[in-house]
Write a protein that binds this ligand. Structure first.
Ligand code: SF4
Length: 436
């Protein structure tokens, strides 16, 4: 059985696709990259933006022709886009070539439906967002030295622009013991860096029978021998409390990289976004982090052009950039997402205004990023090697504790190894160095 998984969207989806690949491999499946060679195509969908959805639907539609020429081809559509009955009905109405549909919490049922598909025609549909995801899943990672580890599913925050709570369901934390068991097994297999995954990792532990918090989890993971680095994504400023800051200070394996999305600099827009914090709270939080971790790397996410954003609101966003001086910012133009409260706002910002604001923001951030990277020149950083560059095998790359990308040249392959490098050259988005 030859399979091809087409993944759209975020790290969560990439991680889910690794799990899908693990299940298919355990059925003696073999991955292929050529659609014509595949017996099964799994489309792991993303619904965060409507443009992404349209692209995915275009891809699903393009599979119709292949199914016509190969009626045995199995097509499974899984993930965020198939989490509601109406969405699924709409999708199936004109797409009789789909065999299996599985929501985010039903992915583990793929082998069961593949078996049923041998006897029945389908389509088979399962998408219950209240489902518990079973533990003990065989999960083969794509990389041997670093891995994602899901600590919780879903989100309870309902930011007004975001579809995630509607397509991934309400927050559910995995038990601390299950997470620790998985982390230890990963380290035994050679993993040095674990990234804890969840939509809002800082609120980990809510609703667990045995009381636990994100800070507790960090303390416990920090004890695992052989584990070098612990990362986590995504944080929410409202839940990033002093208990977490104290845990990070005490846990040397937790990377000094603070990614705290502030999204907008004006209180008016933050309220409309339903973010549950104000700009002063955010600035105080960043000041506390800078005080406790003076050499830390700070990054953020920003949405430009949220409905009702006026020039003075946008200037508040620039002001936060100037005050905090992030190492990097991931910037997004607001895009209307039907099914979310913000999509119904009447005062949408014109595209040309959004684009013009984004350019100003990118220019400012690029200057700040460059200045911060230049301050690293001459200093030594320990990298976790990521291997040789595809385009230039003389060059290798690695990441600092703060997740900065550094290129260096070396004969020995440092993929998966810790290596000390002196920074020699700085650009806005990467650095060059030499082995110490
Ligand atoms: S915290 Fe907000 S932006 Fe993040 S997943 Fe939840 S609802 Fe979406």
């Amino acid at each position: 059985m030859k399979y091809l998984i087409k993944t759209f969207g975020c790290q969560m989806n990439q991680h889910d696709s690794e799990f899908i690949a693990s299940m298919l491999r355990s059925l003696r499946g073999e991955a292929v990259s050529d659609l014509d060679a595949a017996d099964i195509v799994v489309v792991n969908t993303c619904s965060v933006r409507e443009t992404a959805e349209n692209k995915i639907i275009g891809f699903i539609d393009s599979l119709k022709r292949r199914k016509r020429s190969n009626p045995d081809l199995i097509i499974a559509v899984v993930g965020c886009m198939v989490s509601k009955r109406e969405q699924i009905d709409r999708l199936l109405e004109k797409r009789k070539h789909i065999d299996i549909i599985l929501g985010t919490r039903s992915l583990y049922r793929l082998p069961y439906f593949l078996e049923r598909r041998e006897a029945e025609k389908g389509p088979f549909v399962e998408f219950d967002l209240d489902d518990d995801i079973p533990e003990g899943r065989n999960h083969i990672r794509e990389e041997s030295y670093r891995a994602y580890l899901t600590i919780m599913y879903g989100c309870d925050n309902f930011c007004s622009y975001c579809i995630v709570p509607y397509v991934r369901g309400r927050e559910k934390s995995r038990s601390k013991q299950d997470i620790l068991n998985e982390a230890k097994a990963l380290v035994n297999d050679g993993v040095k860096e674990i990234t804890l995954l969840g939509q809002n990792v800082n609120s980990y532990g809510k609703g667990l029978a045995e009381a636990s918090s994100f800070a507790d989890l960090l303390y416990a993971l920090n004890e695992i021998e052989g584990l070098e680095r612990i990362r986590y994504m995504t944080s929410h400023p409202k839940d990033f409390n002093s208990e977490i800051i104290a845990a990070i200070a005490a846990c040397k394996k937790v990377c000094r990289h603070f990614h705290l999305p502030f999204q907008a600099g004006s209180d008016r827009i933050l309220k409309a976004m339903n973010r549950h914090y104000q700009r002063d709270y955010y600035l105080d939080l960043m000041a506390a982090i800078k005080k406790d971790f003076p050499d830390s790397v700070l990054t953020t996410d920003i949405i430009v052009g949220f409905p009702g954003e006026e020039e003075r609101d946008f200037e508040d966003t620039l002001d936060i950039l100037n005050r905090v001086r992030f190492d990097n910012a991931y910037t997004f133009l607001y895009s209307r997402r039907s099914g979310t409260p913000a999509a119904d706002h009447q005062n949408q910002v014109a595209d040309e205004i959004k684009r013009e604001r984004l350019q100003r923001l990118l220019q400012l951030q690029s200057d700040i990023s460059l200045a911060k990277n230049q301050a690293m020149i001459g200093k030594t950083y320990t990298l976790l090697g990521e291997g040789r560059s595809k385009n230039n095998p003389q060059m290798q790359s690695g990441r600092t504790d703060g997740n900065k990308l550094v290129h260096f040249s070396a004969d020995e392959d440092f993929r998966g190894e810790m290596v000390d490098v002196i920074i020699e050259e700085a650009h806005s988005w990467s650095l060059n160095g030499r082995i110490k």
